[in-house]
Design a protein around this ligand. Structure first.
Ligand code: FES
Length: 118
């Protein structure tokens, strides 16, 4: 494992996220109140790119497709595919994939870059 540049820190404002490719991995870099976090970039449910409309709120990211929510700091699952809310269809969509936590990666700031340990 080694540290690799992911994005210039000044290109990602507070509360914003961006999808980047580092090596062979697709990641989401998030700026939460000046702290940078790196997670897997694709939703664990059906691989939607989380930075394409994912809502960052209360330390969590919520996928826009079926609203799976993960904690950004440790990747833990908060809620799995609750949408659509009409119960029979919501349960079916959620059961298509087994529940998983979101992978996270260590980050640091170096020479103006957010670096990720990959
Ligand atoms: S693809 Fe993200 S919740 Fe379904």
């Amino acid at each position: 494992m080694n540290w690799q540049n992911a994005i210039r820190a000044n290109k990602l404002g507070e509360g914003k996220s961006k999808m980047v490719t580092v090596g062979s991995k697709i990641l989401m870099i998030v700026n939460m109140e000046g702290d940078f976090h790196a997670t897997e970039g694709l939703c664990k449910h059906m691989k939607w790119p989380l930075s394409w409309g994912g809502k960052i709120e209360d330390g969590c990211v919520t996928c826009p497709l079926h609203q799976t929510t993960h904690c950004i700091s440790d990747g833990s699952l908060v809620e799995w595919a609750p949408f659509p809310l009409f119960p029979p269809y919501g349960r079916l969509v959620g059961s298509m994939v087994s529940k998983k936590d979101l992978g996270i990666f260590e980050t640091r700031l170096e020479d103006g870059f957010v670096q990720v340990l990959i």
